[in-house]
Design a protein around this ligand. Structure first.
Ligand code: ATP
Length: 370
């Protein structure tokens, strides 16, 4: 649809040296972060990592102990919440039950004496494809529709920055997946800056153009979803975004291109430009879908890493893939996700197998497995 009326209003967000201490607890020690105008940015992390606190600081619902917050270059640190060019969508939609959908969306406009509230509210409802239910009461809508009304209400006055705090958390899985795609489309149409807080890695990766992984009040790694997934820098990121197989090793030698280590008599290599450290102890990692199972030991090959033998302890047929668990002495349970390109599993429970993968898919992490 043509929603250019909403465009050109996104602003960048800068957090400069933010610190947040609660009595007896430091939620954020030091946070520097810039989110470019018009981007869909996800703060991703486990419960308690400080993501909601960060969002509340931006909204003005919490006061930082130190640091500045700038929106579109304007220092808003000392502004009250309603003076900031920011709206928030929460998990609970908090629609007014006695008002129609249209009145819910127009409410903020009327209160701030903005011209043409009804026309603007209809426009926002068209954006979320709910204009046909403008006269209904919230209780007459599904959960997903109510969440879209909340979104229309949040974008109708074109805030420079939209904050989303687990906005899809109350929806069932199927609806959540659908709303993720819709939310992403809406963000692209309106061009606002979205800052989305979630603990759901699939949700963050589906929607955001940039994801920051937060851990214990710090941003541990930030980048495009593919980048974080293919090249995590720490064990925490490698495990939080998808699954990883990790092998703690000691670097034994290097060439211009690769690091070599020995793992139970087998040589493992990591491209130097995919390792955070080039000597001493590192953790070598590889994603489960990069592994291949074989019943015989693979021929040594400079482009391939191999470990084994291990024993298949679980075979789970998922449909699109089969997931194997292989107990490898010294490496614990190794996960292998094999695409089901032909019928039937390639290994059975109890089989002795070797695992191999291309050196180029290997990454080298800074820290030890958790
Ligand atoms: P969740 O997903 O569970 O909401 P979160 O990552 O959003 O987690 P925050 O709500 O930001 O985490 O909380 C970060 C840390 O700060 C937590 O350990 C929390 O207990 C603590 N915290 C939050 N608010 C307060 C407060 N008012 N007083 C003391 N500690 C607090």
């Amino acid at each position: 649809g043509d929603h250019r009326k909403f465009a050109e209003s996104g602003a960048d967000l800068q957090l400069v040296g933010i610190q947040k201490r609660f009595p007896g607890f430091t939620a954020i020690e030091h946070l520097d972060l810039t989110i470019p105008a018009g981007s869909f940015f996800a703060l991703l992390g486990p419960s308690g990592c400080g993501k909601t606190t960060t969002l509340r600081l931006v909204a003005g619902l919490e006061e930082a102990t130190a640091g500045r917050i700038l929106i579109g270059g304007q220092d808003v640190t000392d502004l009250t919440p309603h003076r900031r060019p920011v709206n928030t969508v929460f998990q609970s939609y908090a629609l007014f039950p006695h008002m129609s959908v249209l009145e819910n969306v127009a409410f903020g406009l009327r209160r701030r004496r903005i011209s043409d509230p009804a026309a603007k509210a209809h426009e926002a409802l068209r954006l979320v494809e709910l204009d046909h239910v403008a006269d209904r009461k919230p209780a007459q809508l599904s959960g997903g529709q109510q969440q879209r009304v909340a979104l229309a209400r949040a974008v109708v006055n074109r805030p420079a920055l939209l904050l989303l705090d687990e906005p899809l958390g109350a929806l069932d899985l199927k609806l959540r997946r659908q709303m993720q795609q819709e939310l992403k489309q809406i963000q692209q149409e309106v061009g606002l800056t979205f800052l989305h807080v979630t603990h759901d890695q699939e949700e963050a990766m589906t929607m955001a153009d940039t994801v920051a992984v937060m851990h214990q009040g710090r941003i541990e790694q930030m980048g495009a979803p593919e980048e974080l997934y293919e090249l995590p820098r720490t064990v925490f990121v490698a495990n939080f975004l998808g699954q990883s197989n990790l092998f703690p090793v000691e670097v034994a030698g290097t060439t211009d291109q690769v690091l070599h280590a020995e793992f139970r008599g087998m040589r493992l290599s990591v491209p130097r430009n995919r390792s955070e450290r080039d000597s001493g102890r590192i953790t070598i990692g590889v994603r489960p879908e990069k592994l291949t199972l074989a019943h015989a030991e693979p021929e040594p090959d400079a482009l391939t890493n191999a470990v084994g033998p291990g024993r298949v302890t679980d075979v789970s047929f998922i449909g699109v893939s089969t997931q194997y668990t292989v107990a490898v002495p010294g490496a614990g349970d190794v996960q292998v996700f094999a695409q089901n390109l032909q019928a039937g599993p390639t290994a059975a429970l109890g089989d002795e197998v070797w695992l191999s993968w291309r050196v180029e898919h290997t990454f080298g992490l800074l820290d030890d497995p958790l």
